[in-house]
Every structure is written in C-alpha cells, then in structure tokens.
Write a protein that binds this ligand. Structure first.
Ligand code: FAD
Length: 770
C-alpha cells in the first residue's frame, strides 16, 4: 500500500490482530426497496472506528459484501481489500492513490478539521487524502459542529472558520494573557482601560484575547463536536433515506435519515459489540448532542426493549454487571463527580433544547406575522361583513358612522386570540375555581391595614400579622400595595371624565335593537359592541351573559363626584343625559340605575417592585390602572398573573426572587403601558364635544367603514395584531431563556436601574498599552 509511514504500518499491524464481529440487520437500501438482510461490522470498546463507518455505509448501500455468508467476523485486511477494489472499480481512470493511502489512518480517530459554518465543510491539514477517500467512495461526509448564528461567538467563529485556526488563536491568546486562558477554569475578563499602568496588550492583542475567550467558551460547551444548531441543520438538510458519514468526537459514524414521513429523526448505526446479539438495538435516535437522551430502535425503527433495559447488553445480568463494573471502579469522590457532571450536562442539554425550540417559535412567529399581513390584505380586498362589530351611531342625528370589526380569521391568525365577554361575577368564579384547584389558600373578609415589605409582613384589620416570602399586591389602584411601592400616598387627579356602569336587561335589548334601526341592524350579533356618540358623551353596550342582558357604559363629563365598583347603583342615566336624541332617550330609559366611576389620571410608577426589600411586587390595576370599562383591563391583569406564574415555575432558590420580580417588570411594563394609553385615548375620543376633533373622529369612523386603506390610527387593524398576536406565557419563558438562566449562570442580578450586578468574576490583568 503506497505512502504508509511507520506509524501507519504499526496501526495496520495492530488491526491485523483485531477481529471485528458481524451483526445481521434488516435494512432498505432505498426508500422503496424491500428490506434485505445485511451483515454490518461491530466494534469493541476501543472507540468508534472511522474505517468501520465507511465500510458499513458501503455494506448498507450494497456496494461491498463480506463473503462467505457463514463468516462471523472480519479483519482489517479483508475489509481494506474489499474497499480498495470498490474504489478502483467505482473511480476507474481516476488516481485513487491519495484515497487508498489514507485508509489505514481511518482506523483511528480522524483529524478532519471541520468548519463551524457549514455541515459539509472540512479543511484537513496536508494533502487532503481523507476527503478524496470519501469523494471516491461517493460517501457524503458531514458534521454538526455548527456555531449558532444568534450566539455571541458567531461573529468570531465566522472569521476564524475552522477548528485548527480556532485552537491556534487560543494558544496565541493564552501566551498573551500569560497562561490564563487555557489553564483558568473561569473565563477571564479583561480590563479595557487604556491607561492601566500594567498595560501589556496592544489593541490588536486585546481583541485576540477577547476573541479567544469566546472561542474557548464555544469549544468548552461543545465538547462532543455537535451542537443543537448543527443537529437541526443536519435534520433539515438531509433527504429522507440519506446514508452519510457523520464526523463527531473525532470519529465517524453512519448517519441515516428516516424515510417515514411521520418521523423526521436522524439515526446513527449502533455498532458497539456489546449489542451484537441484541436484535432490537440497531439504530440510535440522535436526539441530543451527547447521547444522554438517546433512544435505541430496531431494524424497523421501533423503540427497543432490550433485555438489559437502558443499559442493554447481551442479557439483563450482563448489562447490570457491566454497569456495576463501570461504577465500581470509581472512588466515592469520582462517583460524585460523575453524577454532578451528568446532572450539569443534562441541564445544558435541556437549555439547548429549549433554545432551539425558542428559535423555532421565533420563526413561527415571523411566519405568522407574514401570514397576518397577507390576511389583512385579503380582508381589505374582500371587505366581508364581519361578525365582531363595533357598530357606531351618532347620538343626535341618529346616523350610522359605520363599523369597527375584529375579524374571526385575523384573531385566529394572530395566535388564536379570542374576543368574548364574560360577566365580572362569572370571571371571578372561574378564577376562584382555578386558584383553588391549583392549591391556593384563599381567605376572604381580610382587610389589610398595613404592609411592611422589609419584614415581608402584612397586618390585617383583626390584628393578625401574616408573614410571607413575597408580597404581591393585587389590590387595585386604591389599595395599600400601590402606595407602599410608590412610597407615597395616591396622587391621582380627576381626568374630567366619568364612566357610568349600568345593565340593559335582555328584554330591553330586543327593543333597543329596533331603535338601532333597520332590519339589517336588528340582527343580534354575538360579541358586538354597539357604540353611540353624542356631544361630549358616548354610550356603548355589549352582551354580558347568556340570558342576553347587555352591559351599558356611558362616558360623560365629570360631575364632580367620586364613586366605586362597590357602590350601590343609584345614578339615573335618563336624568344624567337630559335632552338627547329621542331614540337614545328611549334607549337609556330601559337601562337599570348606574354606578358612577370617576376616571382618574394616575401617576405612572417607575417601578412595580419595592426597591429596598426586593420582595414585594404590585400587579394588575395596582401597577397599571385602566379607565373603568376599558376593553383590555382584564386581559392585561390575567397576563400579569400568567407571566408571574411562568417565571416562578423556575424557582429553585430564594436568591432568584429579585431577578424574577425585575424580570416580570421588564416583560410587563411596556405592554401594559401601550394598552393603557390606547384605553385612555379611547375614553377621551368617546367624550369629545362637538367641534373639529369630533368631526375628525366621526370621519375616521366613516372612512373605516368605506375605505380600509386609510390610516386609521387607533382604529386600524393593527390593534388586533398588537393586542392578540401575543402569548404572555411565551414571553415569560423567553425571558427565562434569554436572561434568567444567563444571569444565574453568571451570578448576575438585575438592579432597579436595569443595570447588572456581577457577583463574582475573575479578572485577568490585560489592558491596552496605548
Ligand atoms: C366589586 C367590583 C366589581 C367590578 N365590576 C366590574 C365590571 O362589571 N366591569 C368592569 O369592566 N370592571 C369591573 N371591575 C373592575 C375590574 O374588576 C378590575 O378592573 C380588574 O379586575 C382589575 O383587577 P385587579 O386584580 O388589578 O384588581 P381588582 O379586581 O379590583 O381586585 C382588587 C381586590 O383587592 C381587594 N382589596 C383592595 N384593598 C384591600 C385591602 N386593604 N384589604 C384587602 N383587600 C383589599 C379588593 O376588595 C379587590 O377584591 C370591578 C371591580 C370590583 C372590585
């Protein structure tokens, strides 16, 4: 054999002494061919041999066959001859000497120097005979050691490209940082002050060390030479039925993509000799980057149930013995280290899985937004009559201003958002049951008289003191919670508008439907909101229960009196509105007496967390009060609860609490403010006095009905997208993935000002020299 040196001769010699056993499996060489029996090569515990992977691919493709069929084992010599003959026949007229000369080396691990940027990119040193071998054998060589494009290491690895260059850079940076980079267990941080007296690095050197730190971090976290980004890229790039050589852990294995349309998984051929007589273990599902979660399957890709369970061997007893043998050889300390390493790796895997799932969710979200844009365009074209309407009428003249619609299709496209009304009593019942079912201890009739966030104590009117780990103030805009967090008494001022809340009984609804005018308008549309505008006031009603009763809200000028939801309904709407359009006068006479709710302008709190204790949070209207009767109040309060629940589902220790509370604020503040501003603006639009602004509003409403291409501001179709295309729990989870985990691992705490405090780090004295 041409070109072999002493080392190669030694390895050939070693292989001569080695015997590899054959295992019969069933396999379809092409997706539509009948399954055939093949005898693949197994190997002993010396690690996966690249040469065997190459041979097994050729065997499974039917390109080589080990004869005679009675043979139960095979040597390197026989295989090398078979592969050599195949190469010569398959590449007739082509110089195969480089490929043939590399064959003995493939018995060991292969140094293929993969590029972190492409699954088929390799840059082996020297002549590149390795690549020739695969080329001539027609075997696709792949790897999954890809850098994630969204990771901080990506820009550096994009420049560095391959493994060898990356390692060289680390070595160089290690020299520059006086040995801190390779030997330190921590990732060194480098000071950037250019006037540091000990400055030793030029800006270029400094950049090198910074790059090397990122690279080392990447290499440390991908020691199996497979990343989740790589795994997903492989899975999405390979055609069903593809049989390729996978480079991983400096060795090769046979990688196969399932042809089953319901199973897009990747499988590697199991060649461990220990499974030689285990017919139910043929392939291993490639599910994670280190094999920790792997599943074995049989020739039909059905999950295995081998005699030895997860640690399958020839028999259950031998598997157990093997396991005990492995563990028994360890000291107690080694066992603990082993267990810790296993746990840490499993956490890493979990995170990587979650990150990949997150990336997929983001793609889905992007696609969803694109679909939404398409839907909106189509909706504009067809101008269908919509189900969910806001039917607007002008009070005085009684003429229709048109409809504002939430289209079913759009709501669904925005993530399955739903628009429905539920009575306050029913909603309380639903939430009460849900909380009880989840194990909450609910006490009623407990009036809180004082809150002490520092000692985490709440004093009740009966003198009882309740101590807690965290205090969550969900006691509305006028409760103690808001005051405690703000650090001063409520400073809200009247907004000049009052809302009156009444009920329109079902019987009256039928009558007023006629008042609304015309047969087309009499149809009682499920979930419709009917709006009437007058000079400085507005009425709207919507269904509130299955009986057909409607809630009726009237917005008008502030009459100087306060009120609350707890008050008895005493206000007569007929008296309040006085001399209005006759149809409307009939309408309000049918309504029950109303409760008065004065709309107030509340101070926008900078923080919802008690800064000194970091153990108290306010949520719901205590944090972000809405004008009474707003459409989005309940949704925002429920979202608060869901996000808080999501974050605290990751709670493992008390130290996490401040991060979770600040995280909650980061997630929720902006969205609530957006919804709140829309509602405040809407209340103002509701109560415009006759004049230019009112005319503009009415025109917008008319345009909405007739020209959907117009810029409709608050009334535009953007509203459902912003409000409904949002999954609050996903946002909570995303925060945990992007920030929560990161902060914990780097021992960081987010502070009030959004800064990040680092609890612990190792610093390397390296700085600019200029
Ligand atoms: C009785 C009532 C009826 C309502 N009806 C309607 C309606 O029909 N339509 C509508 O749009 N909105 C209604 N609302 C308003 C709506 O419920 C709130 O906007 C929404 O629920 C906000 O939720 P939240 O959890 O932030 O506060 P809320 O639901 O207001 O809950 C705050 C809770 O804290 C309690 N609380 C306050 N101070 C103390 C204290 N010192 N000690 C102990 N407990 C305290 C209150 O009793 C209340 O149960 C009503 C509110 C109330 C209180």
């Amino acid at each position: 054999m041409a070109g072999t040196d002493n080392q190669e001769n030694a390895s050939v010699q070693a292989s001569l002494e080695e015997v590899w056993y054959l295992k019969e499996i069933s396999f379809r060489s092409t997706p539509h061919s009948a399954p055939r029996r093949f005898r693949v090569i197994t190997q002993n515990f010396n690690g996966p041999c690249s040469f065997i992977a190459i041979c097994n691919i050729l065997i499974l493709r039917g390109d080589i066959e080990i004869q005679p069929v009675e043979r139960t084992s095979v040597s390197y010599e026989i295989l090398a001859q078979l592969v050599g003959e195949y190469l010569l026949a398959a590449s007739s007229g082509v110089d195969t000497s480089a490929a043939l000369s590399i064959m003995p080396v493939t018995r060991k691990g292969m140094d293929l120097n993969p590029l972190f940027t492409g699954i088929t990119s390799f840059r082996p040193a020297g002549e590149g005979g390795e690549l020739k071998l695969f080329e001539h054998a027609g075997i696709q060589l792949m790897h999954g050691w890809l850098v994630d494009p969204s990771s901080p290491e990506h820009p550096v690895l994009l420049r560095v490209e391959d493994y060898d260059t990356a390692v060289n850079l680390i070595a160089e940076a290690d020299h520059l940082s006086r040995g801190q980079l390779v030997t330190s267990e921590e990732y060194p941080s480098i000071t950037t002050e250019s006037n540091t007296p000990n400055a030793v690095l030029t800006p270029e050197e400094y950049q090198k060390v910074e790059d090397a730190i990122l690279i080392r971090r990447f290499l440390d976290s991908t020691s199996s030479q497979l990343t989740y980004h790589g795994l997903f890229t492989l899975a999405s790039s390979l055609e069903p039925g593809a049989l390729v050589a996978l480079f991983r852990n400096s060795h090769l294995s046979v990688l196969y993509k399932s042809t089953n349309p319901d199973d897009n998984a990747l499988y590697t051929l199991v060649t461990d000799q220990v499974f030689m007589r285990e017919p139910s273990v043929v392939w291993e599902r490639l599910e994670d980057v280190d094999g920790g979660w792997s599943t074995f399957v049989d020739s039909d890709f059905v999950r295995s149930s081998p005699a030895g369970g997860d640690y399958a061997g020839e028999t259950a007893e031998s598997a157990l013995a093997a396991l005990e043998g492995d563990m028994g050889a360890m000291t107690l300390e080694e066992r603990a280290d082993h267990e810790l390493a296993r746990q840490l790796q499993s956490q890493e895997n979990e995170r990587a899985h979650e990150l990949e799932a997150e990336r997929q969710r983001e793609t889905a979200e992007r696609e969803q937004q694109e679909r939404f844009a398409q839907m909106t365009r189509e909706a504009k074209e067809t101008r269908e009559v919509q189900k969910k309407d806001r039917k607007t009428k002008k009070g005085e003249g009684g003429q229709s201003l048109g409809k504002h619609t939430y289209q079913d299709e759009i709501l669904q496209e925005t993530g399955g958002g739903e628009w429905f009304f539920v009575s306050h009593t029913d909603l309380r019942g639903i939430l009460y049951t849900a909380a009880k079912t989840a194990g909450a201890d609910i006490r009623t009739g407990c009036d809180v008289t004082a809150i002490d966030p520092m000692s985490r104590q709440v004093t009740l009117a009966n003198g009882e003191i309740v101590t807690a780990d965290i205090i969550v103030g969900a006691d509305g805009p006028g409760g103690h919670g808001r005051e405690t967090v703000a650090g001063h008494p409520d400073a809200s001022t009247p907004a000049g508008i009052t809302m009156y809340n009444a009920t329109l009984p079902a019987k009256a609804v039928q009558e007023v439907d006629e008042i609304r005018g015309g047969p087309a308008e009499t149809e009682v549309v499920q979930n419709a909101v009917y709006v009437w505008y007058g000079d400085g006031y507005c009425l709207y009603d919507y269904p509130m229960n299955p009986k057909g009763d409607h809630a009726l809200h009237v917005y008008g000028p502030d009459d100087g009196q306060d009120g609350s939801w707890h008050d008895k309904p005493t206000v007569s709407l007929a008296n309040l509105l006085g001399d209005v359009e006759p149809k409307l006068a009939n309408f309000v006479q049918s309504a029950s007496p109303a409760v008065r709710l004065r709309i107030r302008n509340y101070e926008e709190l900078e923080d919802w967390i008690h800064e000194d204790s970091e153990r108290m949070l306010i949520i719901g209207e205590a944090a972000h009060p809405f004008p009474p009767g707003s459409l989005q109040t309940f949704a925002m309060c429920l979202e608060d609860a869901a996000v808080l629940g999501k974050l605290f589902s990751h709670l493992k220790s008390e130290e996490q609490i401040p991060n979770f509370l600040w995280g909650f604020q980061d997630i929720r503040q902006e969205r609530c403010k957006m919804a709140q501003e829309r509602e405040v603006h809407r209340a103002r639009l509701f109560t415009l006095k006759n004049g230019p602004e009112q005319e503009e509003r009415d025109n917008v409403l008319r345009v909405l009905n007739n020209d959907e291409d117009a810029d409709l501001g608050l009334y535009s179709l953007e509203e459902p997208r912003v409000l409904f295309a949002y999954d609050c729990e996903e946002q909570g989870e995303e925060w945990w993935q992007s920030w929560g985990l990161l902060r914990e691992r780097s021992h960081q705490t987010r502070t009030k000002d959004g800064e990040v405090k680092v609890a612990m780090h190792v610093e390397v004295k390296a700085a600019h020299s200029s």
